[in-house]
Design a protein around this ligand. Structure first.
Ligand code: GUN
Length: 280
């Protein structure tokens, strides 16, 4: 039977480590502060932002919340970012996505000082990751690397297949697995013979955004399966992109939904905030 990769426990361990580090930093006179900006009141975004603020409070990081109305102009948002870039006491700036349609997300991400870009979305941080230098890394893929490492799963030399090529998950995931010496393939909606490709994987990372799409026909026996998806099924229960009940019996390790990848994203955001506060 598969090892169940416990994202809840691993994220809790990381948060404990960070809490201790933040306490020590406080004793040395350093207080870490994250500014969180939300434009509009999308209910899902409000939940995510609330969880980020809660995690900050738990670890001992100050959070500044900016809840701006839907009608906020791009210029107003850029002005706020400029102000926060200049503020010495603010270490991290996070603009919750998606933004309203009249605001250009790329323009906003590029306005954030790369040294305060704790989401790891700024082109400078993406470029640093690409050339193997240190910078902020997107939190979900960084969390997946932690899940693998802390579960004792070897990456070097193994066939890693990622389904999904987004800027936030798929692409940085590929670069991180490559950095760990995996042999990496990115599959996507235009990939031919998807099952043939995914069946090669020793480590399969699934970020397709379709509930329970990945059944055992896509998975090699003994593979490690990481499920990035989160959806509500017809009974209002959470499920992932992977059909867990079908796939779990044939793999060596698997992340559940909920309690797998999800809790790692916030833990890694907190990790990036602590890095932002210590590497000035
Ligand atoms: N919206 C959904 N996920 C994220 C994330 O990781 N960061 C930001 N800023 N917005 C998001």
């Amino acid at each position: 039977m598969a090892q169940i990769i416990d994202g809840k426990a691993i994220s809790a361990a990381i948060k404990e480590e960070l809490k201790e580090k933040v306490e020590k930093l406080k004793e040395e006179g350093t207080q870490i502060c994250l500014a969180v900006i939300q434009v509009g009141s999308d209910p899902a975004s409000s939940v995510y932002v609330g969880n980020k603020k809660k995690a900050c409070a738990y670890i001992g990081i100050d959070s500044l919340a900016y809840e701006l109305p839907e009608e906020t102009t791009q210029e107003e948002l850029l002005n706020l970012i400029d102000e926060l870039n200049e503020k010495e006491e603010v270490n991290g700036i996070l603009v919750q996505l998606p933004l309203p349609k009249h605001i250009n997300e790329d323009r906003i991400i590029q306005a954030i000082d790369p040294k305060k870009d704790v989401d790891g979305f700024h082109p400078q941080n993406v470029g640093l990751l690409c050339i193997g230098q240190s910078g902020f890394v997107s939190c979900t893929p960084a969390g997946i690397i932690q899940l693998l490492k802390r579960s004792g799963i070897e990456i070097a030399g193994r066939e890693c297949v990622i389904i999904g090529r987004s800027n936030i998950v798929g692409k940085p995931m590929a670069l991180l697995l490559l950095r760990e010496n995996g042999t990496v393939t990115i599959a996507h909606s235009k990939t031919k013979n998807l099952q043939e490709v995914t069946k090669r994987a020793d480590i399969l990372v699934v970020a397709v955004g379709k509930p329970k799409m990945i059944t055992r026909e896509y998975v090699k026996e003994g593979a490690v399966v990481i499920d990035v998806g989160i959806h509500r099924n017809e009974n209002n229960k959470l499920c992932g992109d992977v059909d867990y009940d079908d796939v779990a019996p044939i793999c060596s390790a698997i992340t559940p939904v909920p309690g797998g990848v999800g809790p790692m994203t916030i833990a890694m955001l907190m990790y990036n905030c602590v890095e932002a506060g210590t590497k000035r």
